[in-house]
Design a protein around this ligand. Structure first.
Ligand SMILES: NC(=O)c1ccc[n+]([C@@H]2O[C@H](COP(=O)([O-])OP(=O)(O)OC[C@H]3O[C@@H](n4cnc5c(N)ncnc54)[C@H](O)[C@@H]3O)[C@@H](O)[C@H]2O)c1
Length: 392
């Protein structure tokens, strides 16, 4: 485990939870005391202040990169050199150039690589994705994803040179990959439109951003991210298809609501903001945020086919989309997504859900009116005229 901070903790809790056989063997932290405390807390046998020693430890099969964004490249290159499997947290790179270097390195070294996009693994999301793949909502036309909270917990996130960007990079990466999963990872992202601004905080990077990612088949992925949202962490997805709809709420109002006058319950949930009054605890946070399923997927990949469902190629695509978003936020125009590597469909057909009505008409819609009568809206195939007809 490289990094003894916030996400290193979450990853270690997930790995060691539920009597898992996967164990962290060594923790790398710059600070010896901090490494020791982390090791003791998680029952990890060794700690070190040398990243290289941690990676080359003979008991280590997998390197988990849980370090600030500016260190992902260095850590991944070192793991690839050591021929160790490597799982890297999000965003993969601070930009697509870094992400591509990481992708090239792990592929050249032929090591298993996982991109730790936990938010495509929450149990609700994996089930929803399976339903979409089974055709439950027809063709996905729009996937909207929101991640907002009152801002990150460490200074480096707020320092653009280290983090590489603001909330667009930090949380847009989650939303973009969630939408990409619903729309289809084999469908090419072609262009983006993004607004990103520093509205509230005294920082160089953006603290709020909204954007659209247009896919080759016409589907739209929409993201909404903020570091100045008040009231906890809001993680919501909405998916619209030609035959159905999905709404998912992963954090606030998940069906567990509690009122506590004294606030003696302890930790509520990530970035909860308050421990008193009406609160929205999360039952099993590491599972509900997807970490448990994510590690299961990655370790199965390691033992079976060598391919994680989210890997560095996905991380690279997300970085390219975000680079295009930054260009769009600057130009205030739609900007193309430029991909150096594309492994999905060479060409995707436009979304099409034409329904025949009879030999003369195409079906547009049917509606039951307040008096119980039923109206049909049809399109004349020959003239193109839209007509309406009462059927009873
Ligand atoms: N849901 C998620 O997937 C998720 C959530 C939070 C963070 N992250 C990602 O995890 C990574 C780490 O974030 P975090 O929240 O754990 O941050 P953090 O600040 O809590 O922890 C970072 C750790 O790295 C150490 N560190 C800082 N600078 C270092 C340096 N130069 N050399 C060595 N160690 C250094 C810090 O001391 C700390 O222990 C980031 O890339 C972030 O984007 C992912």
């Amino acid at each position: 485990m490289l990094g003894a901070g916030f996400i290193g903790d979450f990853y270690s809790f997930s790995l060691h939870g539920q009597r898992s056989r996967d164990r962290v063997q060594v923790i790398y932290s710059r600070d010896n005391e901090r490494g020791k405390r982390f090791a003791q807390k998680h029952g990890i046998p060794r700690w070190t202040t040398s990243m290289r020693d941690a990676i080359n430890d003979p008991d280590v099969d997998v390197v988990v990169v849980a370090l600030p964004n500016n260190l992902h490249l260095e850590a991944v290159l070192m793991a690839a050199e050591a021929k160790k499997a490597v799982f890297c947290t999000k965003p993969l790179g601070r930009n697509a150039v870094e992400a591509k270097q990481m992708l090239d390195a792990v592929e050249k070294a032929s090591v298993v690589h996982g991109y730790m996009e936990d938010l495509v693994y929450p149990p609700k999301t994996t089930k929803a994705l399976q339903s979409v793949r089974n055709g439950a909502i027809g063709q996905v036309t729009w996937a909207r994803s929101r991640e907002t909270h009152p801002g990150p917990h460490s200074n480096w996130f707020w320092t653009k040179d280290i983090s590489g960007g603001g909330v667009l990079l930090d949380m847009g990466c989650h939303c973009i990959e969630i939408s990409r999963n619903y729309i289809g990872k084999d469908i090419k992202p072609v262009e983006v439109m993004c607004w990103a601004e520093t509205l509230v905080k005294p920082i160089d990077a953006e603290d709020n951003a909204l954007g659209f990612v247009k896919y080759e088949n016409g589907a739209i992925g929409q993201f909404e991210v903020s570091w100045s949202f008040r009231g906890g962490m809001d993680l919501r997805d909405e998916v619209m298809g030609t035959e159905g709809t999905i709404w998912i709420n992963n954090f606030l109002r998940t069906g567990f609501e509690m009122f506590t006058a004294g606030g003696k319950g302890g930790y509520v949930a990530e970035k909860a903001e308050t421990e008193k009054g009406w609160i929205f605890p999360v039952g099993d946070e590491v599972a509900e945020l997807g970490y448990t399923n994510m590690f299961t997927d990655f370790f199965q990949a390691l033992e079976q086919n060598g391919h994680c469902s989210e890997d560095f190629y996905d991380g690279y695509i997300v970085n390219e989309i975000m680079d295009a978003c930054y260009r769009s936020a600057k130009s205030k125009k739609w900007e193309p997504v430029t991909l150096q590597v594309w492994r999905g469909k060479a060409k995707s057909d436009p979304i099409s859900a034409l329904k025949e009505y009879d030999k003369d008409f195409l079906f547009v819609k049917e509606e039951t009116l307040p008096d119980g009568s039923v109206k049909l809206i049809l399109k004349d195939r020959k003239t193109g005229e839209i007509i309406q007809r009462m059927i009873h």
